[in-house]
Design a protein around this ligand. Structure first.
Ligand code: 2P0
Length: 330
């Protein structure tokens, strides 16, 4: 039953996020429950905007991404909208039109902002009113990191332990205005990555001798990052985030076949950020399942970091962002 006066069509925007304590590995692939919790920041300058139109005339869902039909992604999108259709008690098909204002699928977290915007827009179009926690649980089933983009600022994702995944959701830790860090992203390659996160995680879990150590090390890393964020302790957050990132990549590098997400420029950027930090600039790096380097800056340090990363050979483009809000209707 569609009840809201806005039902039928809604548009939502969600910011990309990246993790400072990473999600890598699943406890339940069917429900997409992560094996570990994670802590992320949501960005304001990199976002997905998605319109969902309920159309009783459609025989199946339709999806366009950046203006092009994406039939290959339709099954995942339909499965996510099905969760909302079930809550609304309807079976009507939808037309989904989604746009990213940043490169898709190159380790810039397009699935995070994509599924968060989809859930928020489909909820509106179907006339539902969900709690933020319900949104996060549904977004997680689309993509684990999307559970975090429901919220703005600093966000913690709980892995949870219940078999139905009902305690596997994200929650806000700190609003962006409470600690306005900024980020500089060094884009070192464009185009879709070779091994997606989903198969990379599965390969790490099944073949990396370091995977068990990675999972076991996560609770203390989460506790340390949570405490650093609550205390606005930049140095403590920098130490734990760099360590956690390198541990995730160590587990991935040791998979069979190996997962090498970095290129030469990624490594040069890593060294550039380390040199800046050693020279007293408040900045640290993190790298996800792709070759882009993300530098997190204390307020005031962004300009210097941006100038430095722009000069690193192999850097194609430098993007900057403040922290931003959670998924919201437009
Ligand atoms: C993260 N990544 O915490 C980690 C670090 C990539 C490296 O979450 O299978 O696209 O859809 O749940 O969310 C990317 O994984 O994976 C990711 P699925 P997702 O940001």
């Amino acid at each position: 039953m569609v009840t809201s006066e806005h039902a039928g069509r809604a548009t939502a925007r969600a910011g990309a996020n990246f993790a400072l304590v990473k999600y890598w590995g699943k406890a339940d692939a069917r429900l997409n429950v992560p094996a570990v919790g994670s802590i992320s920041i949501t960005l304001d300058a990199l976002f997905t905007e998605t319109e969902v139109v309920v159309d009783p005339g459609l025989a199946s869902d339709e999806l366009t991404l950046d203006g092009k039909r994406r039939d290959e992604d339709l099954a995942k999108i339909s499965a996510c909208v099905d969760l909302l259709r079930r809550k609304a008690g309807v079976d009507t098909r939808v037309r989904v039109a989604s746009r990213n204002n940043f490169p898709t699928g190159a380790g810039l977290a397009s699935s995070a902002s994509g599924f968060a915007a989809l859930v928020r827009a489909a909820e509106g179009a179907l006339g539902l009113t969900l709690s933020a926690r319900e949104r996060s649980i549904i977004a997680r089933q689309g993509s684990g990191s999307a559970a975090r983009s429901i919220f703005g600022g600093f966000v913690e994702m709980h892995a949870g332990s219940l078999p139905d995944g009902s305690d596997s959701f994200a929650e806000p830790l700190l609003e962006s205005s409470e600690w306005p860090l900024e980020v500089v992203i060094a884009v070192t390659a464009k185009g879709e990555k070779e091994v997606g996160s989903r198969s990379g995680m599965a390969r790490s879990a099944s073949s990396s001798p370091y995977y068990a150590a990675w999972v076991a090390g996560q609770p203390p890393d989460l506790a340390a990052a949570r405490a650093a964020i609550r205390a606005r302790d930049f140095e403590a957050l920098a130490d734990i985030a760099e360590h956690n990132c390198l541990k995730m990549h160590a587990a991935a590098l040791a998979a069979l076949p190996p997962l090498v997400y970095w290129n030469g420029a990624t490594v040069e950027c890593l060294h550039a950020v380390r040199r800046l930090r050693a020279g007293g600039v408040p900045v640290f790096f993190t790298i996800d399942a792709g070759p882009q380097l993300k530098a997190v800056c204390a307020p005031g340090a962004r300009g210097q970091v941006e100038r430095m990363l722009s000069t690193v050979p192999g850097v194609l483009e430098v993007l900057t962002s403040a922290l931003g809000p959670g998924a919201e209707l437009r």
